[in-house]
Design a binder for this molecule. Structure first.
Ligand code: DAK
Length: 260
C-alpha cells in the first residue's frame, strides 16, 4: 500500500510507521488521518508483524498537532467529519492487536501528543516537548486527550496542562507519568527497537490478550475486568505458544513462539 504522508517500513517482524510531513512538523491533516487508519488496519492484519513503532520524520517533531491550516475554516459539519477521522485513526492504534510503541522524537503537541497517548508505551527523546496547546486556539483536546491524560496523571495535573496549554519538556512529562522513558535523541530508535525486540520474543497471542485486558480495565469494573482476565487467561491454553513456552521452561531452553 502506498502512502503520501506516512512511511511504513517492515523489518524482522517490527513495523515502523513514520509521519512524513516534516515541512509542517508532521501536522495531521485529513489525508494523514485517513492514511493512518489504513496503515493501522494493514499492520493489524499483517501476521508477520508483532510490534509497531510510531514516530515522526526529521529530528524536530513527532507530530505538532492537528493541521491548523486545514482546521481554521472548517464548518461544524466538516469539524465533525475531521473528528471522526481522528477517532478512527487513533482507534486503529489503540485497538491494534499487537503492541504499539511511540518514539517521540521532538514536538508532540495537541493531536500529536494524543497520537502518542493512544500508543501502548511512550519513549521520548530528551529533546521532546509535549503538551496540549488546544485551548490557546479556542478548542480543547479532541482526540482523546482529556480522557487519556487524566487517567495517566490524575485530574488536577491533566487540568493544569490542558487549561494552560503550556508545553513541557521530556523530564517534566516523565516525572508526571506521561512517558515511560527518556532517551538521548541519537539513541531513541536504538532503544525503542530493543524494546520492540524484547516484546517480539514473547508469545504474541498472550501479549495481545494482555493488551486487551489492560485497555479494558479502564472501562470495566473490577469484577468484569477479572472475569475478562480469567477468560483470556484460559484462552492462552488453547495455543501452541503456551505449550511451547512452558515446555521450553521445563527443558531449560529459550522458547520459540509462532503466534499459533
Ligand atoms: N498545523 C499546521 N502547520 C503547522 C503546525 C500545525 N499544528 N505546527 C507547525 N506547523 C507548520 C508551521 O506553520 C510552519 O510552516 P511554514 O510557515 O514553514 O509554512 C512549519 O510547520 C514550521 O513551524 P514553525 O515555523 O512554527 O516552527 P517553530 O520551531 O518556530 O515552532 C512549534 C515549533 C511546534 C512550537 C510551532 O510550530 C507551533 O506552536 N505549532 C502549533 C502547535 C499546536 O498548536 N498544536 C496543536 C494544534 S491543535 C479535533 C480533535 C483534535 C484536534 C482538533 C480537532 N476534533 C475532535 C474535531 C487537535 C487539535 C490540535 O492538535
Amino acid at each position: 500500500m502506498e502512502f503520501k504522508n506516512l512511511i511504513v517500513e517492515k523489518k524482522d517482524g517490527i513495523a515502523t510507521l513514520k509521519f512524513n510531513r516534516p515541512k509542517a512538523l508532521n501536522a495531521l491533516n485529513s489525508e494523514t488521518l485517513i492514511e493512518l487508519k489504513a496503515a493501522g488496519d494493514m499492520l493489524n492484519a499483517d501476521k508477520e508483524i508483532r510490534v509497531v513503532i510510531v514516530t515522526g520524520e526529521g529530528d524536530k517533531a513527532f507530530v505538532a498537532g492537528a493541521d491548523i491550516l486545514e482546521m481554521k475554516d472548517l464548518t461544524a459539519l466538516e469539524g465533525m467529519a475531521f473528528s471522526a477521522r481522528g477517532h478512527q485513526a487513533l482507534a486503529a492504534l489503540e485497538n491494534m492487536e499487537k503492541p504499539v510503541i511511540a518514539a517521540v522524537n521532538g514536538f508532540a503537541l495537541g493531536g500529536g501528543f494524543e497520537v502518542a497517548l493512544a500508543c501502548d508505551i511512550i519513549y521520548a527523546s530528551d529533546k521532546a516537548k509535549v503538551g496540549f496547546p488546544e485551548t490557546t486556539l479556542g478548542i480543547h483536546p479532541g482526540f482523546g486527550g482529556t480522557q487519556r491524560a487524566a487517567k495517566l496523571v490524575g485530574l488536577a495535573r491533566a487540568k493544569e496542562l490542558i487549561f494552560t496549554g503550556k508545553t513541557i519538556g521530556a523530564q517534566e512529562a516523565y516525572e508526571m507519568g506521561l512517558l515511560n522513558k527518556i532517551v538521548p535523541q541519537d539513541q531513541l530508535m536504538v532503544e525503542v527497537t530493543a524494546l520492540a525486540e524484547k516484546i517480539k520474543a514473547n508469545g504474541p497471542f498472550s501479549v495481545r490478550l494482555a493488551k486487551e485486558c489492560i485497555n479494558k480495565s479502564l472501562s470495566l469494573d473490577n469484577k468484569e475486568g477479572l472475569t475478562l482476565e480469567a477468560k483470556d487467561f484460559g484462552l492462552c491454553f488453547a495455543t501452541k505458544d503456551q505449550k511451547e513456552g512452558m515446555t521450553a521452561f521445563v527443558e531449560k531452553r529459550k522458547a520459540t513462539f509462532t503466534g499459533e
